[in-house]
Ligand binder design. Structure first.
Ligand SMILES: Cc1cc2nc3c(=O)[nH]c(=O)nc-3n(C[C@H](O)[C@H](O)[C@H](O)COP(=O)(O)OP(=O)(O)OC[C@H]3O[C@@H](n4cnc5c(N)ncnc54)[C@H](O)[C@@H]3O)c2cc1C
Length: 401
């Protein structure tokens, strides 16, 4: 029998990690990654906060909790092996009101179960020792949280795939997938490849590509733009590592934070405003097709009815630098609206079920020879190598989707 061919759609960090894992676990398999852009990591992977999460927030027993812990450890080892940037700068989750202290304690109790390395509760004096310009009533300190450069990691994964005999084809926007006698014909307007099995890791387009392979309509992706501010160089040394607010359990992805970058920059953000295009990095980017798809999904209206107040608040923060920084100043009062400039933005793929529920955990579907990664939000960059192991287990039939 000829060598088996496995296709992967998407050269973001998840697709490339999966492709790399396939070449390692099944050396006889030919792996072909197809990517619509002209290089790796153009979308979420290239526009994220660069944080290697330690897994404080995730529900014990969830895929996120399990794959984040394993993924972070694997990534650390990989970065050391490939000499890629990895700085263990630590993270403080800071409570500034009594109500937040109660939520912080609930978080600490839950995180204790998931054994986040070195996590401990600290008071105001220790907050100052760790981050001299931060204020708060109490905090959780995670010394193992790190920062990295996910674009460099994605590039290294692609090199590994090619070195192992695999292929990464750019400029290949998948628009059709047809079942042939024994496999699948994956086609773009100008090219086609026939594969025995296919793994879809298409990020903000994951629902669109999943529909091409006959997968379910839900969850649908609703794009949310996350905008960053960069702190002026004179004030950037005021924060040593990462300072986060206590997450609101209803919106765990909300809440601007201070993020140190491996470049040495200090950023604040991201917020979360509904994007008017799936690849809408600027406020002026509008796609009527994407807007129509959002409006046509009943879940989007149900989400809007439930969460419109939060949506309006985020839009206000997006329009006004002062409003944006008002939230951040609660943690570091000496950095205000006059100390930041607008930096870039990323677009999150927020999966939404038909009933309007925001999908929190990673979600992976299997349909015979096809696996569709339907929801891989943060911490999917941190978890990518463990997600890849999990996906290949599902493909092999040794793991459940
Ligand atoms: C603002 C922001 C901050 C974040 N911060 C963090 C963080 O600090 N730590 C962390 O762990 N995670 C973070 N995340 C989440 C993390 O970046 C993503 O979960 C991760 O990058 C998802 O990787 P992916 O490969 O699934 O998606 P992507 O990186 O979006 O890649 C998908 C790829 O599929 C391609 N594609 C789509 N459709 C097609 C098609 N039809 N044909 C061919 N190719 C196609 C796209 O061009 C793209 O290259 C953040 C995300 C955002 C947006």
């Amino acid at each position: 029998m000829a060598d088996e061919v496995v296709g992967v759609v998407g050269a973001g960090i998840v697709g490339l990690a999966v492709a790399r894992e396939l070449t390692r676990r099944r050396p006889g398999v030919r792996v072909v990654v197809v990517e619509k852009e002209d290089r790796v990591a153009v979308h979420q992977t290239g526009h994220n906060s660069g944080v290697v999460h330690a897994g404080i927030y995730y529900r014990p027993g969830s895929l996120k909790a399990r794959l984040c812990a394993r993924g972070a450890a694997m990534l650390r080892e990989y970065c050391a092996h490939r000499r890629l940037p990895y700085q263990q700068c630590g993270k403080l989750v800071v409570a500034v009101t009594e109500d937040e202290v109660a939520r912080l304690d609930a978080l600490a109790a839950r995180a204790g179960d998931s054994l986040v390395p070195g996590l401990r509760r600290v008071g105001p004096a220790e907050i100052r020792e760790i981050e001299p310009y931060a204020t708060g009533l109490a905090a959780l300190h995670s010394p193992g949280t790190a920062i990295t450069d996910y674009v460099k990691i994605a590039e290294a994964f692609a090199e590994d795939v090619v070195a192992a005999g695999g292929e990464v084809r750019f400029g290949f926007p998948v628009t059709r997938v047809d079942r042939t006698g024994s496999g699948l014909r994956v086609a773009s307007p100008g090219d086609a490849v026939t594969v025995d099995r296919l793994i879809v890791c298409a990020g903000v387009h994951s629902d669109v590509v999943a529909r091409l392979v006959g997968d379910a309509a839900q969850p649908r992706i609703i794009p949310f733009r996350g905008e960053y501010m960069r702190v002026v160089p004179e004030k950037a040394p005021m924060v040593r590592g990462l300072i986060y607010p206590v997450p609101d359990p209803r919106y765990p992805f909300l809440g601007v934070h201070f993020t140190r970058r491996v470049s040495g920059d200090l950023e604040v953000g991201p917020n979360a405003v509904l994007a008017t295009a799936r690849e809408g990095y600027r406020r002026s980017d509008v796609s009527l097709r994407d807007l129509y798809a959002i409006a046509a999904w009943p879940g989007a209206w149900r989400m809007a009815a439930r969460h419109w107040r939060t949506g309006v608040r985020e839009m206000y923060g997006s329009a006004s630098k002062r409003a944006y920084m008002r939230a951040a100043r609660r943690y570091v009062p000496q950095i205000g609206a006059g100390d930041v400039v607008r930096a870039g933005a990323g677009v999150r793929a927020q999966a939404l079920d038909r009933d309007g529920a925001l999908v929190d955990d990673f979600r992976i579907h299997r349909l015979g020879p096809v696996i569709a990664v339907r929801n891989a939000p943060s911490p999917a960059a941190t978890s990518c190598m463990a997600i890849a192991e999990h996906v290949v287990d599902v493909l092999d039939g040794t793991g459940a989707a």
